[in-house]
Design a protein around this ligand. Structure first.
Ligand SMILES: [Zn+2]
Length: 318
């Protein structure tokens, strides 16, 4: 039930309007799931009236709640007219919409991560992004955020993140789909799926395994990344975070230099590997309009030696 409830909660958080009709709460096939979410406080009553509910007395027609003006209205501030039953008195929880409380999730995350200050987390993009606080992981100072429904707001969220923190210092825990996020401008930020690190308990959220997501992050999420990480998978070189397409011969050259892992390679060998006659090996022909890529990752001397710059060699020289 808890897993189902949490799955449902994450789904709700991703809806443009994360509110539920009271009928879903009191008579739908997910009543049990929603009862659990109400009990833990993840669902709470909003101030907005539903446009209609099924008559609670006869389960017949849909009735529209409005203010109950009776003097003895008591616990029934609303009422609706059913053609079969007449006036039906309604409690607030029958007449108003229920809300999946994003701000509350943000607060739970902050306290589960022990980030709580005296005030609840700030919504830095209203209803979308909350700043939870800061923490140090492996001697890196990180700022943690919670985000929901991020894909449609990706550009606004990116701008706000850039205002809030240095690139690469942010971690966004989110209910949004990580795959969909990679296709947005947030694709190079570290996003952590809420469902992968949190569990719903009676007392609220418990966070586990966040470290696993953080340890792999250090250079790879930096938006200014310069690396050959995507050389083979995407045939691009990353320079200052931008992807540069690598033409075939240059790809071959960088591949050989990678194999030598920082050691010098003579151009005779390079020519052979690239299937060029050694006397026709001319760097200018290979790099053509892509000198930027070559110079970012490789160096050469006057004697025809080439090598990968040491910072891109993977060999550990300790
Ligand atoms: Zn009725």
């Amino acid at each position: 039930m808890r897993d189902q409830a949490f799955t449902e909660l994450c789904w709700l958080l991703e809806q443009p309007d994360p509110r539920l009709e009271p009928d879903a709460i009191w008579r739908g096939d997910r009543m049990d799931v929603y009862r659990h979410l109400r009990e833990v406080g993840a669902l709470s009553l909003s101030n907005d009236l539903t446009a209609g509910i099924v008559c609670p007395d006869c389960c017949g027609p849909v009735i529209e709640p409005n203010a109950n003006t009776d003097d003895d209205r008591g616990a029934f501030p609303y009422r609706g007219y059913c053609p079969d039953c007449g006036w039906i008195r309604l409690r607030p929880d029958q007449a108003r919409l229920w809300l999946a409380h994003s701000a509350k999730i943000a607060g739970w995350l902050a306290s589960a991560l022990h980030l709580t200050s005296r005030s609840p987390p700030d919504a830095v993009v209203p209803d979308v992004l909350w700043r939870l606080g800061e923490a140090e992981y492996r001697r890196r100072r990180l700022t943690l955020f919670f985000g929901r429904h991020l894909v449609p707001s990706a550009a606004i969220v990116r701008d706000e993140l850039d205002r809030q923190v240095a690139p690469g210092a942010e971690v966004i825990i989110t209910s949004s789909d990580p795959v969909a996020l990679t296709k947005t401008v947030l694709g190079d930020r570290l996003t952590v799926p809420l469902r992968a690190v949190a569990h719903l308990r009676k007392a609220g959220l418990v966070v586990e395994n966040l470290d696993a997501y953080l340890t792999g992050m250090v250079p790879t999420v930096n938006t200014r990344e310069t690396s050959l990480r995507l050389l083979h998978s995407k045939r691009v070189a990353l320079i200052e975070g931008l992807e540069h397409k690598v033409p075939p011969q240059l790809h071959g050259l960088l591949t050989v230099l990678e194999e030598f892992d920082g050691d010098e390679v003579h151009k005779r060998h390079l020519a052979e590997r690239l299937g060029i006659e050694p006397e026709k090996f001319r760097l200018a022909d290979i790099i053509k309009r892509h000198r930027l890529i070559f110079e970012a990752f490789a160096e050469a001397d006057q004697k025809g030696h080439y090598w990968l710059k040491p910072e891109f060699a993977t060999l550990e020289r300790r």
